[in-house]
Design a protein around this ligand. Sequence first.
Ligand SMILES: *[C@@H]1O[C@H](CO)[C@@H](O)[C@H](O)[C@H]1NC(C)=O
Ligand SMILES: *[C@@H]1O[C@H](CO)[C@@H](O)[C@H](O)[C@H]1NC(C)=O
Ligand SMILES: *[C@@H]1O[C@H](CO)[C@@H](O)[C@H](O)[C@H]1NC(C)=O
Ligand SMILES: *[C@@H]1O[C@H](CO)[C@@H](O)[C@H](O)[C@H]1NC(C)=O
Length: 399
Amino acid sequence: MMAQSVAPLGWSVLPFVLSLVTILCNGAAIFCPSKCACPKKDVVICNGTELMEIPMDWPDTLRVLSITHSPLKTLTTNGLRRYSRLEKLKLDWNELETIEKFAFRGLKKLRLLSVQNNMNLLTFGRFSFSDIRSESSLEMHLQDNGVEEIERNAFSNNQGIRKLDLRGNPVRRLRHHSLSGLNQTDFLFLPADIERIDQQAFFNTTRVHLLQIEEANLTDTGLIPHTFDGLEHVTSLVIKQSRLGDLHAEAFAGIETVHYVRITDSQITRVHRAAFANMHNVGVLEVIDNRIALIDRNAFDGHTVQKLRFENNRIHCSCANMWMLTDTRIPRDMLAVNYCMSPARLENRALIDIGAEYARKCPVVAAQQQLTSSASGTPLILSSFLVILLTSFPLISSL
Ligand SMILES: *[C@@H]1O[C@H](CO)[C@@H](O)[C@H](O)[C@H]1NC(C)=O
Ligand SMILES: *[C@@H]1O[C@H](CO)[C@@H](O)[C@H](O)[C@H]1NC(C)=O
Ligand SMILES: *[C@@H]1O[C@H](CO)[C@@H](O)[C@H](O)[C@H]1NC(C)=O
Ligand SMILES: *[C@@H]1O[C@H](CO)[C@@H](O)[C@H](O)[C@H]1NC(C)=O
């Protein structure tokens, strides 16, 4: 057939045809399962196969293995150990339901691991990605699976994980120690729509360059005490475009040696007393471009960050927040760069431009806020306008 089609073109095409035949012949000598392409002898790319598990009898010299659009269901413990020379492993668009403990153990040469778009994969169980211990720099793309739960120590006992992308998984809750053991990761992208972060979710998460929490909705639980406890030697912790609910007392306690913590473009229901207390060795804390309903009088107590930037936030300018205008611990500069979001007639006014006469018109709420703070046992530093308020409301001062 080939000879027939070549003939009319003449002999000049023959060298080309011969070389083509040579390539095809060599190709035939390469190991290559059906429905797979094998561009090199150690590269196998399979799409739309009937494979239900990782084959155990393929050459152990493979460097690149991709199995996609196949009915793969389970990755078993040590199931990839045979392929210890793998540098790239792609298992996207399969029907994975289970990744057993230590499924990727021994893949020391791995540089890319992609497990994406497996909608039946609901859990990253304990130790599922443990013990890879890549000798080079490993990128893990684990986006867009059906994962609702990341169990404790799913990534523990590792090294070399330089990037971990978990976006697009419907994880609702980040559990205690679930990111433990990530100790060299440059970029850690968490799923959006997280609704709850347990205490110490980031325990033993260290030396991460960028840890980003985006589009979380923590409206119900808020950031609870010690959420970030055990997060150490991290360059940047960025929380953005999230509904953070309440920042409870000591929400950030236990953060250790972090270059900067930035909370931006988020909505905060209430910043509780001492919300930023007990962070150790934090360079910069930035709270910028947020909408904040309520800030407790002692919100910034106990913070030891070297530089606090609290700027361009929109604050509900209710009486409950008006202590900021007169409390000497709030620098005037800070009042100049934060603005009212409500009530309507004060919208976009810088706090510094409000003036005490406004505050004077709404005594009761302000006094209540004051009482809340005193109830928690912190000594009061009465601001001048509150002294005025209290004297004009004998009922309250008698409490
Ligand atoms: C792989 O197979 C799927 C489904 O059979 C198909 O939609 C897709 O285009 C294939 N991809 C490649 C790169 O051939
Ligand atoms: C990361 O953790 C692993 C396992 O716990 C450990 O062997 C390794 O030395 C750690 N690497 C760094 C940079 O701390
Ligand atoms: C924290 O990491 C260290 C060293 O990598 C390890 O020995 C220890 O068991 C880890 N602790 C927890 C609670 O995961
Ligand atoms: C955030 O969560 C709250 C409480 O669970 C819910 O009422 C609200 O609709 C959620 N907001 C968004 C934008 O998902």
